[in-house]
Design a protein around this ligand. Structure first.
Ligand code: SF4
Length: 473
């Protein structure tokens, strides 16, 4: 066996020191959840022995015997109801079964991918998990690989410190004969690099750009094989459900909470927690005049309704999307029209530059929303916004047009009086918005502390097949 990640069994592995997420230096579990996704000691990297002391890396051996591996996996508590944590909230078990069906139909061996690209600008949860809970993620990855009998697995990650931690975690594990080959792939640090067809393209060609669908990755994925792409938090939830505590896979979720002039905090929240409870904890009060930008830049701006249920269906019912789970608080006098304009301007700049409709409409919508700050911008705009909100759904190779549609729909539905006020008389707050980049004030609340991943580095290089199999004791 070869490869830099291999080692003699029993040789201790010293992981390199990891920079903490400097702007998110606090992580708080909700009451009674101190052994969940955040782990018992936030911001301290959990190595193999620490994870195994919690019962990790054990339960998946059950999947290695017998024919009914998927049924054994599905029996883990909460797995049938687990929704993916990357943003789209697709049922995880249905995705796994779709790959199994693709394998049965094609006879090809599947590929599984832990997606930790985390392109959403206001989220740090995936980086946190890979930096500080790498074995929880690897356990989930190896579990689904065992369930599908996948010979190859990838850890797809942009953040350099997270990549270092994942590589060290692989080196900490022993190697079995016939185990899956696990590789860490340096993803590009772009907004769209984590979209699942972009993941497949990157792993196949080195270029992280979304592709038209169908086919979807479970049909034709990496190298043409049926491919399962699961977000790293989804995998952590699958692994957690196999720990001796057996906690329901979907019982909690990670939420990066930022904005309102407060230091950002990475919370582990009970799924379905009322927003008012989180605001009382984070701000010390419920500010009903505030707004919340959900899901990184993806989920729309909604008023801070105290009874809003923090779950995918709960936020969807109110007209937004929980997306990747991040919440950015916009305290008064932040203008929801200006913030929507800023986020669309971000999309106009950070789309993948390959779908004409997306490129043209994101620029036009960003310019139009910015003009709503002008005195008496004109009622013609009143018809444009709902038309765009309806027309953009499902267009383009990735979900960026959908994200813009969600933003517009949430604005029109939740802040109609603000839109009317802008159309009638403009807005001082919008006029004060800085020129470029318009979204800078949002990112400033949560800048990345990772070293920049540049095109000169190993980004996008399709790796050699280096066996880094893993044995479960
Ligand atoms: S829809 Fe937009 S962001 Fe997505 S691939 Fe097309 S151009 Fe790129």
């Amino acid at each position: 066996m070869t490869g830099s990640a291999r080692r003699e069994a029993g040789t201790p592995v010293v992981a390199p020191p990891l920079p903490i997420l400097t702007t998110v230096s606090a992580a708080r579990p909700w009451a009674g959840e101190d052994d969940g996704l955040l782990g018992p000691t936030p911001f301290v990297r959990e190595d193999r022995s620490g994870y195994e002391a919690r019962g990790g890396h054990r339960d998946r051996v059950l999947l290695d015997c017998g024919d009914d591996r998927l049924a054994r996996l599905a029996a883990r508590p909460g797995l049938p109801g687990l929704l993916g944590r990357g943003g789209a909230a697709f049922p995880a078990l249905r995705k796994i079964r779709a790959v199994a069906d693709g394998v049965a139909a094609t006879g090809l061996s599947p590929v599984v991918v832990a997606n930790g690209a985390e392109g959403e600008p206001l989220s740090v949860k995936d980086r946190y998990l890979l930096r500080y809970r790498p074995h929880l993620v690897l356990d989930g990855l190896l579990t689904v690989a065992a369930a599908l009998e996948a010979p190859i697995a990838h850890v797809y990650v942009a953040d350099r410190a997270a990549r270092t931690s994942a590589e060290a975690a692989l080196a900490e594990l022993d190697v079995p004969a016939g185990g899956p080959q696990v590789r860490v792939f340096a993803a590009q640090d772009t907004y769209v690099a984590g979209e699942e067809t972009a993941v497949v393209r990157a792993l196949t060609t080195g270029i992280a750009r979304p592709a038209d669908k169908p086919p979807r990755p479970f049909q034709v994925g990496v190298g043409g094989a049926p491919t399962l792409v699961l977000n790293v938090e989804t995998l952590a939830c699958i692994a957690r459900a196999g720990l001796p505590a057996g906690r329901d896979a979907g019982s909690t979720f990670l939420a990066t909470v930022s904005g309102a002039g407060r230091p950002p905090v990475l919370y582990e929240l009970p799924t379905g927690l009322p927003l008012g409870d989180l605001l009382r904890e984070h701000l010390g009060r419920v500010d009903s005049s505030a707004d919340v930008l959900f899901g990184g830049f993806f989920g729309g701006i909604l008023p801070a309704w105290p009874d809003l249920e923090l779950s995918h269906p709960g936020v969807l019912r109110r007209g937004g999307s929980l997306g990747c789970g991040s919440l950015h608080l916009l305290a008064a006098p932040a203008c929801p029209v200006r913030t929507t304009a800023d986020v669309v301007a971000y999309y106009a700049r950070h789309n993948a530059g390959q779908c004409g409709m997306c490129m043209a409409s994101s620029s036009a919508i960003a310019a139009t929303l910015a003009e709503l700050g002008d005195p008496r911008p004109g009622v013609a705009y009143a018809a444009l916004l709902p038309r765009w909100a309806a027309q953009l759904r499902g267009r383009g190779a990735c979900a960026v047009p959908d994200a813009i549609a969600v933003l517009l729909r949430a604005l029109l539905r939740s802040h109609p009086q603000e839109v009317t006020r802008h159309l009638a008389s403009g807005c001082d707050e919008c006029r004060r918005a800085p020129g470029e980049p318009r979204w800078g004030h949002l990112l400033a609340s949560l800048p990345s502390d990772g070293e920049p991943v540049t095109a000169d580095g190993p980004v996008g290089r399709v790796p050699e097949l280096v066996p880094v199999g893993v044995e479960v004791r």
